[in-house]
Structure formats: C-alpha cells, structure tokens
Write a protein that binds this ligand. Structure first.
Ligand SMILES: [Zn+2]
Length: 275
C-alpha cells in the first residue's frame, strides 16, 4: 500500500494548499479557526508555534495576533462546518462561560440550565481536529467521510471524545501526541488531537488510554456526536449528570508530570494566549 499521507504538519501555518483533513482532496487550504471564532477565538487572541529550544525544552516561538488557526481544511469543508456548527459552538461556549463567572464550578446550575446542541457543538470541535490532524483522515477515513456528509457521526472503535472545563487564559492546539505519565502509574495518554480554549478542553483520545482522562473526571462526549443537527436545546445536566470537571493544566503541556512524545513533522503544536 502506498502511503499517501499529508505533508508535514509543521507547514500547517504556511502552506497554501494540501490535503484537506475532511474531504481528502488536494486543494487550496483556508484558515481554519479552532475553536470557531464565534467562541471568542478572534483578533486579540495570540498564537505561537511551539518549537524545540536549544537547551530549554519546548518553547513558544514568535507570537502573532489573529486567533488560533491552522490551514487544515479546504474552503468548501471549512464553510460547511462554519455554517453548520460555529454558531452552536459559540452560543454554548458563551453560556457556559457566563455561568462559570457566577456559579459553583462543580455542580451544574439547576435554576438557569446551560443548554447546548450536542451534535453541532461536538462536530464543530471534531471538524477543527480534522484540520489540526490531517492524519486522522488517513487512520480513520470513515470518520472523515461521515464529517464530509454532515449529520450524526459514530466514532470508529478505539476512539473517544473527551471534554472538561478549562478556565485558563492559555490555549493550545495539538496534533497526535503521547504523554507517558511519570506519576508512578506507568500510564499514558494517547491523543490524535487536542483543543484547549476556555471554557473547554477537548481530546480525541484512543480508548486504551482514555481511562486516564476518565479518572480525572473528563466527560465522555463520544455520544454527543450522534445527535442530529436539529437537537438544539439539551440541558448540559442530561449529558453530564455528574457535573463537568474543571482542569487547570493543559493536557500534554510540559508542566504536567509526564513525558511528551510527538513528531514535529506530523503534529502541529500551537500555544495561544487570551487577553
Ligand atoms: Zn475539504
């Protein structure tokens, strides 16, 4: 079998054309904001490629304003996702953030429920992840095909989508990455893509390692992807009956007590900061 993978993801910021993470066609690639701009991922937000420093480990490169984005999707797939999912994601992120300003951060509010369209919200993130990690399409073409078609998505066996509340001002987008935990558990977390941008942190994770996230309280949002587009006002408490956990560190960030393994030729790694 001939390997027909995407070009080095280190070029994701600069390349003008390449293989689209959703349709797989070689086309001009457009700026794909992850998460959608409607969630506050706009001009003042700065991004920087993470690079390997000479002797100081990973360091952020030059900071640029303009939000967190990659060139990962063609115009058609980017526009489709934008039209279908962006507003729903932005609305949910806004409502959740407003609640986080006033409420307890453990139990979800009962008087003013946080509502969302679970299908659209989760597909907004998955679409962005396919832009961040073109290799997801190579590994799981049926997943990309479902996203191309639109509507409900059944993740292939072996993958799950996890989500937690993340309230910090730092942001990160990352492609395939493995973190070996150095906490004595000899465990590891293996993700194909992660998106951290307040108020949420998302991970597309292999199920053999998602117990690690489950143990930290991350919600399994895999089934959110199965909701139709028109299911628009679910109470978050139905989807997360035990509440949403709050994480204060970014998954795979060097501050974790773990060892990060990734290839800078395959995995984009981008930091952001929200003013
Ligand atoms: Zn496309």
């Amino acid at each position: 079998m001939t390997y027909r993978g995407p070009v080095a993801a280190g070029l994701l910021l600069n390349r003008k054309s390449g293989q689209c993470g959703v349709c797989g066609e070689n086309r001009a690639l457009t700026k794909t904001h992850v998460p959608p701009q409607a969630a506050g991922n706009t001009g003042p937000v700065e991004r920087a490629d993470v690079m390997n420093g000479a002797d100081s480990g990973v360091v952020a490169g030059k900071w640029y304003i303009g939000g967190m984005w990659v060139r990962g999707l063609c115009a058609e797939c980017n526009s489709f996702a934008g039209a279908q999912y962006d507003t729903a994601y932005g609305d949910f992120a806004t409502r959740l953030w407003q609640w986080l300003q006033v409420g307890t951060r453990v139990a979800l509010p009962s008087t003013q429920p946080v509502s969302l369209a679970p299908g659209r919200v989760s597909r907004a993130i998955l679409s962005g992840m396919l832009g961040i990690s073109p290799h997801v399409r190579v590994l799981h073409p049926s997943l990309a095909d479902q996203m191309y078609k639109g509507g409900p998505v059944a993740l292939p066996g072996g993958l799950s989508l996890r989500v937690a509340i993340y309230p910090g001002k730092a942001a990160m987008l990352a492609g395939p990455m493995l973190t070996g935990l150095l906490d004595g558990s000899s465990g590891a977390i293996n993700t194909l893509a992660t998106v951290t941008f307040r108020p949420l942190s998302w991970a597309l994770v292999t199920t053999d390692t998602d117990d690690m996230l489950a143990a930290r309280g991350w919600i399994d949002a895999t089934d959110w992807l199965r909701y139709e587009d028109d299911r628009e006002a679910h109470d978050l408490r139905w989807l997360a009956p035990h509440g949403l956990p709050v994480v204060h560190t970014i998954l795979h960030s060097p501050s974790n007590d773990g060892m990060q393994l990734y290839s800078k030729d395959i995995a984009p790694l981008m930091r952001g900061r929200i003013p």
